[in-house]
Design a protein around this ligand. Structure first.
Ligand SMILES: [Zn+2]
Length: 461
């Protein structure tokens, strides 16, 4: 197939931008990029004029099983999230509920141009749950990395169980998924019980992804324990990393790890200030993520926009504290587009095959184009346009591995009705199990008392 006359953000090593260029895809690979390409007979042609072509986006941390509860926790804090999922209700999710959430999350990802997603799947109470998660991911034509976790047990328990080992051999080793990680957090307990799980990861040769630097949950102690025991391997991904000291950032940078920043999550839930302003200073590679659709949605346009804004807000705030003015921003739109594409590919060790539009790479391509939108012209600053102007509704065509999964703004061959039926069954099950009062209370946390300040300018008699 061929895209004709697009503005191409190649995201190659020198971030080459091409105007009025074609992108030719042959089988599952990008064959050629340039003006007026000759396409083989019988090819499919897509008019990309007025649009922007970019590599498929990569989300390095999404709890896809939670998509079945879309929007339920919009007003939560992290504490309320922990109480609901970790302590009270997470255990009620059956394998079919994991399947329903993953199915909807996977469709949501490819619909919004996210061609590779890490499913940070920490609701896997049994390998039946894990099978259900993988079944759902394999049924949707995107790239998915399963990050296996289980919040109902310590990682030293599930990771060392024969069931986990059997699951890994049966479904993952040589399986269809794009990759595999082990997902667990390190509490900072000086006895370091998580060591046993790190040893399993090392034996299997798989990376670890861990929520690190989360206010009130994980901190510098966890980083120090991992580092002192030699478990900070280069492929590890540190999620949030929002409340860490410079010492921990140095350890992450030196060990070749990267950080998955979930700005919307950090802003609303309270893991800490979105850390890109710190990560930049420490030379730590960044990727972006949306965390969970229980609050937000699986949409990296939001991630790019909020990440750029949060970084700049911090830069201004720090300067104002010193009575200074920022006249030139450090972080540019171009850099966050890099983080959303190349950065994610690099974090997953997949940067030689995806993350850029260059001949020979796998064909994961997104066309942003919407002729009906007054926001799609003029396109003057293409990186700025992607970050601050475009939105998921402008995702016109998505190609994964050479296969068109979305065309003309519509998912191709996606069984949305089937997904809806499954998600509805999950909602019915949870609502019934929790009871109507708990269901409503869970969605509507108490509001702390607030007082409006006395206003000295109001006349009173
Ligand atoms: Zn998370």
């Amino acid at each position: 197939m061929i895209f004709r006359n697009g503005l191409v953000l190649t995201m190659d090593d020198s971030h080459t931008v091409l105007e009025n260029a074609d992108v030719l895809i042959v089988d599952d690979k990008i064959a050629e990029i340039g003006p007026d390409l000759t396409a083989p007979d019988g090819h499919e042609e897509i008019d990309a004029s007025g649009g922007i072509l970019m590599p498929g986006m990569v989300d390095t941390h999404r709890h896809m099983w939670q998509t079945a509860m879309r929007g339920y926790g919009a007003d939560w804090t992290l504490t309320q999230y922990f109480v609901w999922y970790y302590l009270e209700s997470g255990k009620h999710f059956r394998p079919e509920d994991i399947h329903a959430g993953n199915l909807l999350g996977a469709l949501e990802a490819i619909d919004s141009g996210v061609t590779t997603t890490v499913d940070w799947s920490h609701g896997l109470q049994s390998t039946d749950h894990a099978d259900a998660a993988v079944d759902a991911l394999e049924s949707v034509p995107g790239r998915f990395v399963l990050a296996y976790g289980n919040i109902q047990q310590g990682p030293w328990e599930w990771a060392t169980s024969p069931q986990f080992q059997e699951f890994y051999r049966r479904r993952i080793d040589g399986g269809k998924l794009a990759g595999f990680q082990m997902a667990f957090d390190v509490t900072g307990d000086p006895a370091f019980p998580e060591k046993a799980a790190f040893e399993v990861a090392r034996e299997l040769g798989v990376p670890v992804t861990t929520h690190a630097g989360v206010w009130g949950a994980t901190n510098d102690d966890g980083i120090r324990l991992m580092h002192d025991s030699g478990f900070m391997s280069p492929g590890n991904v540190y999620v949030h990393a929002a409340t860490l000291s410079s010492d921990s950032y140095h350890r992450i940078a030196a060990s070749g790890g990267s950080v998955s920043v979930s700005t919307e999550s950090e802003q609303s839930a309270g893991q800490g200030y979105p850390p890109t302003w710190q990560l930049r200073r420490h030379g730590i590679p960044v990727s972006l993520s949306m965390d969970t659709s229980v609050w937000w949605s699986g949409d990296l346009f939001s991630a790019m926009r909020t990440t750029l804004s949060a970084d700049r807000a911090r830069e201004h705030l720090e300067a104002h504290g010193k009575q200074e003015t920022v006249t030139h921003h450090h972080l540019r739109a171009e850099q966050v587009v890099d983080w959303a594409t190349r950065g994610g590919a690099k974090a997953l060790g997949m940067d030689s095959s995806i993350g850029a539009l260059t001949p020979g790479r796998q064909a994961d391509v997104v066309l942003i184009k919407n002729d009906a939108s007054p926001v799609m012209f003029p396109v003057l600053n293409p990186y700025g346009h992607v970050v601050f102007q475009a939105a998921r509704g402008d995702v016109h065509t998505v190609v994964v591995d050479g296969r068109t999964v979305k065309r003309d703004g519509k998912l191709v061959d996606a069984d949305l009705a089937g997904a809806r039926t499954k998600v509805n069954a999950t909602i019915d099950h949870l609502r019934e199990t929790l009871g109507e009062e708990a269901w409503k209370q869970g969605m509507n946390p108490d509001i702390p008392e607030a007082r409006i300040l006395h206003n000295p300018y109001q006349y009173t008699k």
